[in-house]
Write a protein that binds this ligand. Structure first.
Ligand code: AHR
Length: 504
């Protein structure tokens, strides 16, 4: 086998690295909000009840935007339940997660937390059980400066200045039969168009996201996007995509190649949007908000945390608390590679979710916050992907998978910051058996190696826990060397790596 080769030239630009690629998601689900970001009794809690240790980890993770308040939760949510004096707020059944929502945290509290965490809020509105009117109301409350009933109510509730939220999701996963108020593409497309039109009458420059498919395996995938965009094209800016991956009952080789599916998903949605553009003689392009993505093994989670049923409607139960392996982290790193290489069409993305619920950050009630394995590739990619994403050429051996056929063993992307001269390569080795050499050909030469790190373990099933989240950490890859315009390194089996280079 000849040495796998990655050829990089800073002249071949795909598009800018978008900070919004590094978004996340906070849903009223399980312990994401309550005992996750908000835990007034916790030793690190601030005057508003927000955990300081979690805010610090959110900053370390490098989160840009946070989508809120759902998710499936939003499709039955009444936003006005969560404003005003906390003691007057109603407790409600949350049908999506068979829980009781106490409404202790609502829109104003979330905005306070977002400011503390230094993230941009991305709001989702309820188009499941609600419609145009309620969307107008929540927008007025959130973004109008004052002088109207709802904007003055916000001021009376303590927020003098409008929040000026730019990105709004028009509902959530409306293609899914599990969704409260699930709709056909025709029904949803019409409602989304009417809602978008009214919202734009209030504020023309909003960035609106229409619901796309909740996975590429939905029977309606493709026709859903086509119908919805035909109805909404001139009224929205983005269409959403959601994807969760797990080994499940397939094979590890297919799971490790999950980014192949994400690539296909993004390319298909972009092609569908462009087909609607051509047919409708539109000029603008619709881009993609990949606003839910992650590894999520539902069967694994249910085996240790069964969901509530029957008369049991708990407040903030432990739900979807997936414990991630090293292999999961490699897949997450690879999914970020996929998102970055599509930076021309993926203009926003949110890993689902942020804390406790299929999350990189976990909290012990009253105790410590800790990092899951998937924390590491996310934090390093967010910190070091800068400037422009480059189109790279990768020559890699392949392997056979049951889900995707023949796929490359290696995958990679590079970013280049012309201002600082910093070039960063992110790469994965999907092989379960062998370490692979990689030669990075820098063509225009003269780089020094600043840092080479790899995340892997001989035991790729290792999971972090509250007692041990440090046994497997990203470590220096000591095999990396530079010789002229070529960097060579060995990538261990089932690994994610980052190489930082500086123009000499
Ligand atoms: O992120 C968990 C859930 O997954 C979200 O609520 C929903 O939108 C998706 O099905």
């Amino acid at each position: 086998m000849s040495t796998p080769r990655l050829t990089i030239d800073p002249a071949f630009v795909v598009g800018p690295v978008r900070r919004r690629t590094f978004g996340s998601f906070v849903e009223h689900l399980g312990r994401c909000v309550y005992t996750g970001i908000h835990d007034p009794g916790h030793p690190t809690a601030d005057e508003d009840g927000f955990r300081g240790d979690v805010v610090e980890l959110v900053k370390e993770l490098g989160i840009s935007t946070v989508r809120y308040p759902g998710g499936n939760f939003v499709s039955g949510y009444r936003w006005e339940d969560g404003i005003g004096p906390v003691e007057d707020r109603p407790r409600r059944l949350d049908l999506a997660w068979h829980s009781t929502e106490p409404n202790t945290v609502g829109l104003d509290e979330f905005m306070v937390w977002a400011a503390k965490a230094g993230v941009e809020p991305m709001m989702a509105i309820n188009l499941g059980t609600r419609g145009v009117h309620e969307a107008m109301d929540v927008l007025e409350y959130t973004n109008i400066a004052g002088g109207t009933m709802l904007s003055d109510l916000r001021r009376a509730n303590g927020a003098e200045e409008p929040y000026r939220v730019s990105m709004w999701c028009l509902g959530n996963e409306m293609d899914g039969p599990w969704q409260t108020g699930h709709k056909t593409p025709e029904e949803y497309g019409r409602l989304a168009a009417e809602t978008a039109r009214a919202m734009r009458q209030i504020q023309p420059d909003l960035e609106l996201v229409a619901c796309g498919s909740s996975s590429s395996s939905m029977a309606t995938f493709g026709t859903w996007e086509h119908t919805v965009l035909t109805e909404t094209y001139d009224l929205v800016d983005l269409i959403s995509a959601h994807a969760y991956y797990c080994e499940g009952d397939s094979d590890l080789g297919s799971f490790l190649a999950s980014a192949v599916d994400m690539d296909h998903f993004i390319d298909s949605v972009a092609a569908t949007a462009d087909a609607v553009r051509a047919a409708g003689k539109h000029t603008k392009r619709i881009n993609i908000s990949f606003d839910e993505w992650n590894v999520w093994d539902q069967a694994r989670v249910e085996s240790y945390i069964p969901s509530p049923t029957g008369d049991d409607w708990p407040v903030a139960p432990s739900l979807l608390e997936d414990h991630y392996t090293v292999a999961d982290a490699v897949v997450v790193g690879n999914l970020l590679i996929s998102l970055l290489r599509h930076t021309d069409r993926v203009h926003s993305a949110s890993q689902a979710q942020l804390v406790n619920v299929i999350a990189p950050i976990m909290t012990e009630p009253g105790g410590r916050a800790w990092k899951q394995t998937i924390f590491h590739p996310f934090a390093l990619t967010s910190r070091h992907a800068k400037g422009d994403v480059l189109q790279v050429v990768l020559e890699s051996p392949t392997y056979e998978t049951t889900r995707f056929g023949e796929v490359p063993l290696l995958d990679a992307v590079a970013t280049f910051d012309a201002e600082s001269g910093e070039l960063t390569v992110f790469a994965v080795n999907r092989s379960q058996e062998e370490a692979l050499p990689l030669a990075i050909d820098l063509r225009d030469g003269a780089y020094e190696l600043v840092e080479a790190v790899t995340y892997s373990s001989d035991d790729h099933a290792w999971q972090a826990s509250a007692d041990d989240d440090t046994s497997v950490l990203p470590v220096a890859n000591t095999t990396a060397t530079v010789d002229g315009a070529t960097v060579t390194a060995t990538l261990p089996a089932v690994s994610w790596s980052m190489f930082r280079l500086a123009r000499g």
